[in-house]
Design a protein around this ligand. Structure first.
Ligand code: PEP
Ligand code: MG
Length: 309
């Protein structure tokens, strides 16, 4: 069944000079869509698909997946919905996909690496997404998690196109992908930066480990410099570079990300109002100025101090 479509008035994200910065929602279930729309989400920037697969002994069928994805897409007619391919690894293992006994799950066979090793599962998921898109009027974008370089990007993009998807991209979570941003943006239709994992890998600090939590700070200038590589490559290629990690939900950091070339922000719906309000206080030139100051800082703490209003 399709949920009722509520025509909520949506205030689009924009800067003081009128530059549009679409503000999108991170969702884990079609059930959460109505609340996100009520909070002003212009679409979905990250739909996590893990929940459909968890606790299953085998991967859900194409038909079960198609119905699930169509329930989401039907709630966003005419709007962008970015769905992430299954992101499973030994930290959240699936019996039909992962070996749960890796010593370093974050560095293991996860995300696209695991899907490529079990390609029939990936093919079913992409097929179900293409079928769901054909049933609805949403603008479906599909992306892969944990991608390292342009060869993996090419693999995912060509498989997606073969299976009927029109807009196919990758997440920037592994530093190597950001370093190779120019090559990747030559192949992908778009990039979405997962700042949670990008920070974990850049600072070599397990994001689940409390003792190194102070390293898990997306304000770190090393992370910001990688974001700039992606923003510059996106601008050169004329392609969208979004952020869907928690960094997008920090209003001051959201301004800096936009100043680094990020073109859309996706976050937990509860954060949309504060980010929308902060973006309206700065022009693109002012955001770039704040970004320059943050890039020159030595630490995350310094970056936060010099770049905040
Ligand atoms: C990220 O890594 O920033 C991200 C959005 O993905 P997740 O938090 O699901 O790993
Ligand atoms: Mg991630």
């Amino acid at each position: 069944e399709r949920a009722a479509v509520v025509a909520a008035p949506i205030t689009p994200g924009e800067l003081a000079d009128g530059t549009a910065i679409p503000l999108l929602a991170n969702l884990g279930s079609p059930k959460d869509a109505a609340a996100a729309i009520a909070l002003g989400a212009e679409g979905v920037g990250l739909f996590r698909t893990e929940f459909l697969f968890l606790d299953a002994k085998t991967a859900p069928s194409v038909d079960v997946q198609r119905v699930h994805y169509a329930q989401l897409l039907a709630q966003f007619p005419g709007r962008k919905v970015v769905v992430r391919a299954l992101d499973a690894g030994a930290d959240k293992p699936l019996s039909f996909l992962n070996d749960a006994h890796e010593e370093n799950p974050a560095l293991g066979l996860r995300g696209l690496r695991a899907l490529r090793a079990s390609e029939p599962i990936l093919r079913d998921q992409l097929t179900a997404l293409a079928l769901a898109a054909a049933e609805t009027d949403a603008e479906l974008w599909v992306m892969a998690p944990m991608v390292s370089d342009s060869e993996e990007t090419e693999y995912f993009v060509s498989l997606g196109r073969e299976l009927g998807l029109t807009t196919v991209g990758v997440m920037a979570e592994v530093p190597s992908l950001a370093v190779l941003a120019d090559q990747v943006l030559g192949v992908a239709d778009f990039v979405s930066i997962g700042t949670n994992d990008l920070t974990q890998y850049t600072l070599a600090a397990d994001r689940m480990l409390g003792s190194v939590a102070q390293f898990q700070d997306p304000w770190h200038p090393a992370v910001l410099r990688l974001v700039k590589l992606l923003g510059d490559a996106g601008a050169a290629a004329g392609k969208s570079v979004g952020v869907c990690g928690e960094a997008a939900a920090d209003p001051q950091l959201a301004v800096v990300l936009v100043g680094l070339g990020v073109t859309s922000l996706s976050m937990t719906p509860a954060a949309l109002a504060d980010v929308r309000a902060e973006l309206r206080t700065v022009t693109l030139a002012e955001a770039s100025e704040r970004a320059s100051r943050a890039l020159a800082a030595r630490t995350a703490t310094e970056a936060r101090a010099v770049a905040s209003a």
